[in-house]
Ligand binder design. Sequence first.
Ligand code: N01
Length: 478
Amino acid sequence: MDTTVAIIGSGFSGIGLAIRLRQEGVEDFVILDRNEGVGGTWWANTYPGCACDVPSHLYSFSFAPNPDWSRTYSRQPEIRDYLARVADEFGVTPHLRLGCEVKAAEWRGDRWRLETSQGPVSAHVLVSGAGPLVEPRIPDFPGLARFEGPAFHSARWDHSVDLRGKRVAAIGTGASAIQFVPSIAPDVAQLHVFQRTPPWVMPHSSRPITPWEKRVYRRFPALQRLVRGGIYAGRELLVLGFVKHPRAMPLLERVSRRHMERHLPPELQRKARPDYTIGCKRILPSNGWYPALARDNVELVTDVIAEVRERSIVTADGAEREVDAIVFGTGFHVVDMPIGRLVRGRGGKTLEEAWNGSPRAHLGCTVPGFPNLFILLGPNTGLGHSSMVYMIESQLAYVVGALRELRSRGARTVEVRPEAAERFNAEVQRRLQGTVWNTGCQSWYLDGEGRNPTLWPDWTWRFRQRTARFDPAEYVVA
Ligand code: N01
């Protein structure tokens, strides 16, 4: 199959780009997604309690507001359905190739040649909308392969396993675990929550949106835009604490601590109290987390896992806990994201080889040596406080600008100049220096050397400004 643009992934990035391409009059494109349905991460993550911790009005396309969100923070099925509906409404669905896994992509002089599970695809331009949080990371605990019960990652929830009445180990206490632990705790016989680092948890303001509010939003779309703007501005204020004045963060710490103290007895507080600056890992909103930890059938384990046996987990203090199932909420391969190994640019080098252990790209999007390749939500586009859909929409404008440049010049290739990419990355790393993410704790935001290849260290509107116009001077257009 021959196409102008091949897009990997049908999440917000892939669907968003497809819509923008159609608006530009480009119809010759295909979206390849290994899943059987639309939605990317919102298709793949089906764990109990899965929801977005960014408000619904902001976590949606600006050009496709949804007056019918059922809650202020939407749950996974509703976001998945929203994406499928938007794909339909904007005429993108016929461009989808679902169940189609991209296994390799190689630059062949003037085109990309893709190997997929449905045969080869040749594309003039390749866009990755694969996202940075796709490949589950399961720690290599000694003996794990010997475990005889079901064991799965939260992003690959095995719904054929009935956890009711079982003894379950939940490993990890990040953004995913904090959602599934309170959801399964009432149904299991015993839940052992293995925590390496306690998260900072805030009170959650999630609530149903009333029929009256929905009617108002439907009648006055401008009001919904206003609410969206208000949420955006409120969240943006957090940048002040994360980036500009980390010393302001103790205010938030106090709120979180009080939240914990309200729900946990003193001996559990000691285990659940974080000892690092708030914000250096994702701040987690939940009203269910601490009450779940306080349940009689839940145990918070803070000893390190030493070994997994056929039917049990042994911690470093020698304690052995019999379990029937293990659920991993242990995060994703981010610094070593799979797309890095799939894509080969000029000279046969993979992205991973070009990155040499720490991803980097110009405006989180383009990489020297990889012509006609655009990565949506690439390196240093992540946020700890706001909607990734905002970052995606910013990059969509940039990619469309690049494609317009190609078309208007009748050119074949566009490739970022190494000096432009280096300048950008040096600036981003300089800005990251004093931020809470680089100074507050060790997290998956940082690579093995302490470099931060994941987060955007500034106001998000600055990212929008920087990506609003494609600057051909930073590229070789030939
Ligand atoms: O993963 P995580 P996640 N032994 O990496 C622990 C997005 N997201 O899937 O902190 C024991 O946050 C690890 O411990 P530590 C969001 O961007 C968004 O929960 O490294 N424990 C941590 O507790 C989020 O940031 C939503 O010490 C081990 C946990 O596993 C990202 O996805 C919802 C371990 C991993 O937490 C990832 O979240 C859900 C080991 N060897 C997720 N290795 C929204 O609502 C790791 N851990 C938008």
